[in-house]
Design a protein around this ligand. Structure first.
Ligand SMILES: C[S@@+](CC[C@H](N)C(=O)[O-])C[C@H]1O[C@@H](n2cnc3c(N)ncnc32)[C@H](O)[C@@H]1O
Length: 248
């Protein structure tokens, strides 16, 4: 089975539980992330923003709430369905579309900002993807990427992940092994499956011809996650996330 089909199958199943675990307070989380976004990109006027790998619409909905015109794209129809439900609940309008981050069904130079969060690790061809995002962004527009190091192979973290799986099973009522059973078959096709570093992303952005490249190590996010993440998440994960920006 091809890599993207397995990615899609996983997220089509995961959509049922994606919004349930994770954070203690959704409101606090949304407020915190809105501030991160306001500090990172222009939010002064009505902009056209594309959220690639939008999932259940986390970033897309925050930008819609800030009165921007937002398109959210995802390879999983299940995640998109949840995103639409989330938009309805909040009475927000986002154009959620089915599509592949590496081959966007969109015209050249039509967005002011292209954003993505927690997508790079599950992309088979990151360089092609960033070139594609650059194709649809207007000249002078911005690309914002949020990802980081996900996988720590130390014995301590292996043990914690094992215990975390039991917690996930008990508290989120989902099978944590579903992730491994899907991604074990394809992880070698995903160059950043274990995560990426700021240098990795700076290299890809540079190769795609982006300018004014900068990286924020999101130090405040570490503290926020410590205080606001659910116990099951904190046991299994110690990601080191960053936000990278580049201009076309
Ligand atoms: C970890 S989730 C992140 C969702 C959302 N960005 C967030 O921050 O909550 C990864 C998402 O990327 C989507 N995805 C994976 N590969 C993709 C691709 N090639 N094109 C578009 N979306 C993709 C998955 O379906 C999933 O919804």
């Amino acid at each position: 089975m091809d890599t993207k089909r397995i990615v899609r199958l996983y997220w089509d199943k995961r959509c049922q539980t994606y919004d349930k675990g994770g954070y203690k307070s959704q409101n606090k989380t949304q407020h915190f992330w809105k501030n991160i976004l306001k500090n990172a990109v222009r939010t002064d006027e009505n902009l056209r923003i594309l959220d690639v790998g939008t999932g259940t619409g986390f970033l897309a909905l925050l930008f819609a709430e800030m009165k921007h015109t937002v398109v959210g794209i995802d390879i999983s129809r299940g995640m998109l369905e949840k995103a639409r439900q989330n938009a309805d609940k909040l009475n927000l309008t986002v154009d959620f579309m089915h599509g592949d981050a590496e081959n966007l069904p969109l015209e050249d130079e039509t967005f002011d900002i292209v954003i993505n969060r927690h997508l790079l690790w599950t992309i088979p061809n990151p360089r092609i993807a960033v070139e594609e995002w650059s194709r649809v962004v207007k000249s002078g527009g911005q690309i914002m990427l949020i990802d980081g190091k996900w996988y720590d192979s130390s014995i301590d973290m292996r043990l914690r992940r094992f215990i975390g799986k039991i917690f996930v099973y008990m508290t989120e009522k989902r099978n944590p092994c579903m992730f491994t059973s899907h991604y074990a078959n394809i992880k070698y096709q995903l160059p950043f499956y274990n995560g990426s570093t700021p240098n990795d992303v700076v290299d890809i952005f540079t190769e795609a011809g982006l300018k004014n490249i900068s990286v924020d190590n999101l130090e405040k996010l570490k503290q926020f996650e410590n205080e606001n993440r659910s116990l099951s998440y904190k046991i299994s994960n110690k990601p080191s996330l960053f936000l990278a920006l580049g201009n076309k």
